[in-house]
Design a protein. Structure first.
Length: 256
């Protein structure tokens, strides 16, 4: 900031000097100078005025460009920090969801101790803390661990119907559902922040310096889930394609 202010002040001073020189040249030309000495002075003053104007223009343009770069960097940095804040909030929701899942497994432990203990050990071994520096891949990995554990809980509850009547199990399940709702809201906030950052990076002229300043595009969490679903659909279609071809060959043989 001090360098920018000093450069700006220097440019303004050069502008004042150039205007003063231009005033002297205008007065000399207006009232006329006939002798050779005056003409040489007038010519030298004109050259000096041109040099000052060029230097002032360069200083002003350089200051404006430096100011724009600093402002753009600050704006992109704020957007990037907002993404980190959203990741931290998702980490808080995931910690609460892990706590609710532990309570759910504790409620099941009285009815199926071995199965609940196996699930609890698996969850604790793969669990990690989500911070502002965590990546979306780590977030989705933790969500996948919780989803697998909840699927296991649902399977245990089907094999032991008395679990559904346990008040502790019902309370823990409601807590899990509440944290899942809050987690979806945090996902929406994160995706909105990512969209704002990507929009600013793609916009002109920010795209000219965003990469140089170290800013990169981020991906949405929902997009990654959609990619996995699309990959699953593609795999299912690939598995179903040979069976469909076999059916077509049988029909062709029958008609022949």
């Amino acid at each position: 900031m001090r360098v920018l202010c000093g450069t700006c002040a220097q440019g303004v001073n050069l502008c004042y000097i150039a205007i003063w020189q231009y005033f002297h040249v205008f007065c000399d030309r207006r009232f006329g100078i006939r002798d050779k000495r005056g003409q040489k002075a007038l010519c030298g003053r004109s050259k000096r005025m041109t040099e000052l104007i060029a230097m002032a223009a360069i200083a002003i343009v350089s200051t404006a460009m430096a100011w724009w770069v600093v402002c753009t960097q600050r704006r992109l940095k704020v957007l990037e920090e907002n993404i980190g804040i959203c990741i931290s909030r998702i980490g808080v929701k995931l910690s609460g969801l892990h706590g609710a899942l532990d309570a759910l497994l504790q409620a099941i432990k009285a009815h199926a101790p071995k199965e609940s203990g196996r699930l609890m050990a698996c969850v604790h071994a793969r669990r990690c803390v989500i911070t502002a520096l965590s990546s979306p891949e780590e977030v989705q990995r933790q969500e996948g661990i919780i989803a697998e554990a909840l699927d296991g809980v649902a399977g245990i509850a089907k094999r032991h119907p008395e679990i559904g009547e346990d008040p502790a199990f019902c309370k823990a399940r409601k807590s899990v559902q509440a944290f899942q709702t809050m987690l979806r809201a945090s996902h929406a906030q994160y995706n909105e922040s990512v969209s704002m950052l990507n929009r600013e990076i793609r916009a002109f002229p920010n795209c000219l310096i965003a990469g140089i300043l170290g800013f990169r595009k981020c991906e949405h969490i929902a997009e990654r889930q959609e990619k996995k679903r699309a990959e699953g659909r593609a795999e299912r279609r690939a598995d179903c394609a040979p069976a469909r071809q076999g059916k077509g060959l049988r029909r062709h043989r029958i008609t022949a």
